[in-house]
Design a protein around this ligand. Structure first.
Ligand code: UD1
Ligand code: UDP
Length: 353
């Protein structure tokens, strides 16, 4: 059986690393990279660090408006699918690369497997929400990470082909945590364990309006606490465009870091401020509280269990929250499976295909 894997954006490289490793023990895999992310530290760096096999195809689509980016992907993915004739197309998460993969494959009557299926924010202004809904509707296999995701699909009438296997990001986190030197990473960034804040921001609702972005940066400065902020290129570009600068020495903007550096920073942060989906979960894997710079989350179990606090764009709440003791003791119960999601996915495909 040949599986054609479609990836394109940073979190998809991280998700596909453990799954690819497992797939290749049993099946032939062809990797297609849409080129949605292309800077070395947003793309190739992860292939090198995580030993992901080089993509067989890189479409080089790059950045564009949603319609143009997705449309160009559709045209090019279709050509590859017609040439490779895979038995299954594998898509991850909720980006425009996910959507284009689902559409191109299902129009050619190729079965689609969606990893990280069933998530909903119930906010259709998020491009990811549209991408997820369409991807799930078109998928024959929906590999979901949580019981909440199962419920979301059932509510939408999707019960066949749903498998709660846990979260492949947990597989990735465990695999890499055991292989990295945390002290070396802290030394590189001149940080002391539990004496800094880690921040990431890239959602359009926080970056695209200059007033919101300015207020967010100013709120970080007013915390007066060492803050390391690996900056997503979207955010960097918009800060340049709007001429927003960081004045406080406590807030250190750095280029996007590697995955292993990122999980070392997560593990040692006092608290994590983020609007990222993946980083919210990794905060929990690392046993660190996340303050989520969004009004809602797909990962509701984090909020229900006191691991994440949603503050939307009310950034004034930050200093009050941070002055409280918000550290939690990790519980033995895992909210995202047992770190064996990749193996379970491949096992389902082996029996069901
Ligand atoms: C995309 C996904 C989002 C995901 C995120 C992960 C969609 C709609 N959005 O958002 O779900 O959470 O990736 O990081 O698919 N840019 C560069 N270099 C790069 C990549 C991007 O400079 O290598 C800049 C460009 O200015 C580009 C902007 O970042 O216009 C946004 O990139 P894009 O891929 O469109 O969306 P993300 O915000 O990265
Ligand atoms: N990440 C990384 N370097 C960084 C920032 C994030 O390796 O500088 C990793 C992070 O550990 C997580 C993933 O990127 O695994 C999250 O991706 P992102 O926040 O871009 O997207 P989202 O998860 O919100 O879709």
């Amino acid at each position: 059986m040949t599986i054609l894997t479609i990836v394109g954006a940073r979190p998809q490289f991280i998700k596909c690393a453990p799954v690819s490793r497992e797939i290749r023990k049993h099946f032939k895999e062809v990797i297609l990279h849409t080129g949605q992310h292309y800077d070395y530290n947003m793309s190739q760096g992860f292939f090198d660090e995580l030993a992901i096999p080089e993509p067989d195809y890189n479409l080089g689509i790059g950045s564009n408006t949603h319609g143009a980016q997705t449309g160009l992907m559709l045209i090019e993915i279709e050509k590859v699918l017609l040439r490779e004739k895979p038995d299954l197309v594998l898509i991850y998460g909720d980006t425009n690369s996910t959507l284009a993969g689902a559409l191109a494959a299902s129009k050619l009557h190729l079965p689609v497997a969606h990893i990280e299926a069933g998530l909903r924010s119930f906010n259709r202004k998020m491009p990811e929400e549209i991408n997820r809904i369409v991807a799930d509707k078109l998928s024959r296999f929906m590999f979901v990470p949580t019981q909440t995701a199962v419920r979301n699909l059932v509510r939408e009438g999707q019960t066949d082909g749903v498998y709660n296997v846990g979260d492949v990001m947990f597989d990735s986190f465990l695999f890499n945590l055991s292989r990295l030197d945390q002290t070396k990473v802290l030394k590189k960034f001149q940080l002391q364990p539990k004496e800094f804040i880690l921040a990431t921001v890239h959602r359009p609702q926080n970056t695209d309006n200059p007033n919101v972005l300015k207020e967010l940066i100013s709120a970080l400065e007013h915390l007066h606490e060492p803050t390391i902020f690996p900056i997503h290129p979207r955010t960097r570009n918009l800060m340049e465009k709007y001429n927003i600068q960081v004045h406080a020495d406590s807030v250190r903007l750095v280029e996007p870091v590697s995955y292993q550096e990122m999980i070392a920073l997560e593990k040692n942060a006092r608290v994590i401020l983020t609007d990222s989906g993946g980083v919210q979960k990794e905060a929990y894997f690392a046993g660190v509280t996340a303050i989520v710079l969004r009004g809602e989350t797909e990962w509701v179990e984090l909020v229900e269990n006191g691991w994440a606090f949603l503050i939307g764009d009310d950034f004034q709440k930050l200093s009050g929250l941070l002055s409280r003791r918000i550290e939690k003791k990790p519980s033995s119960k895992s909210l995202f499976g047992d770190g064996q999601a990749s193996r379970k996915i491949v096992s389902v495909l082996s029996t069901e295909m």
